[in-house]
Design a protein around this ligand. Structure first.
Ligand SMILES: NC(=O)c1ccc[n+]([C@@H]2O[C@H](COP(=O)([O-])OP(=O)(O)OC[C@H]3O[C@@H](n4cnc5c(N)ncnc54)[C@H](OP(=O)(O)O)[C@@H]3O)[C@@H](O)[C@H]2O)c1
Length: 253
């Protein structure tokens, strides 16, 4: 846990995709800082694991973000228990690797439904619970600035998220609500295992990534979590519409 006192005690924090990887690491940080945390996920086993790991300070809810209506029950529960939200980390996402000639319409719909629509409707439906001083963080990716063969659709969803941080930041600024994006580089989480690549392809991709990241390694989920906490805190009180890149220099040099 970071030792900085961000003043998150008793704050109410919603994290989508909070049952695994970056979202789970971020939930652990917020819990350690005394926040009331609500995490969402879809897979029953991971929801259970998150419940065990996060303990009483966290409310773990199932919501498939490809169906925006599933967020209504989440917001109703938050409204009933807490009456407000201080931080929203719209983080749930997944990707499918597929070269140009093999991309299907279904793959495009699936990735935009979860990554773009899921993020958009999370913010739209959370907005009534936010107030002056609240902070929204969206998860984009280093893929929003680089071209990667086989990842055209995933990368486009993440470029759309980068754009959303600006547009929604502009819309919510008059209410004193900040909206920023965190942009992870390659991070060690289960994400890569879900891209639909074989073990051999995954090993090859991982070796290529390690060779191209200036800091020479994958990042840890906890390293992204620390950036999210900063953006969520008053330490970032004059930062909105921006993107904090956590990628070991991959997209910078
Ligand atoms: N890992 C990286 O290298 C990397 C790099 C750049 C950006 N990112 C982004 O970081 C975010 C988190 O990824 P991660 O690396 O932490 O991956 P992860 O460990 O696979 O976690 C993904 C999270 O999203 C949830 N999720 C998946 N499908 C969902 C759906 N239909 N509805 C609601 N939630 C769903 C998962 O829930 P279940 O576990 O219940 O399925 C899980 O909690 C994603 O937006 C990803 O694009 C990751």
């Amino acid at each position: 846990m970071t030792n900085i006192n961000y003043g998150f005690a008793n704050k109410v924090v919603l994290i989508t995709g909070g049952t695994s990887g970056i979202g789970l690491a971020t939930a652990q940080e917020f819990v350690a800082h005394g926040a009331n945390v609500i995490v969402t996920g879809v897979t029953a086993t991971r929801l259970e694991e998150a419940r065990t790991l996060l303990g009483q300070a966290a409310l773990v809810l199932q919501a498939d973000l490809r169906k925006p209506d599933s967020l209504d029950a989440v917001m109703a529960e938050i409204s009933k228990r807490f009456g407000r939200l201080d931080v929203v980390f719209a983080n749930a996402g997944a990707g499918t690797a597929s070269p140009l000639d093999q991309v299907t319409e279904a793959q495009i719909d699936e990735q935009f439904d979860l990554n773009f629509k899921g993020t958009f409707f999370t913010v739209q439906k959370a907005a009534p619970l936010l107030s002056k001083g609240s902070s929204v963080i969206l998860t984009t990716s280093f893929l929003n600035t680089v071209g990667t063969p086989g990842l055209s659709v995933l990368s486009a969803t993440k470029a759309a998220i980068r754009s959303l941080a600006r547009s929604l930041g502009a819309e919510l600024a008059p209410r004193g609500i900040r909206v920023n994006a965190v942009s992870p580089g390659p991070i060690s989480t289960p994400f890569h295992g879900k891209l639909g690549l074989s073990d051999e392809q995954l090993k090859e991709v991982a070796a290529g990534i390690e060779a191209s990241v200036p800091l020479g390694r994958f990042g840890e989920a906890s390293e992204v979590a620390k950036a999210v906490l900063f953006l969520a805190s008053d330490q970032a009180s004059f930062i909105t519409g921006d993107e904090l890149v956590v990628d070991g220099g991959l997209s910078q040099f």
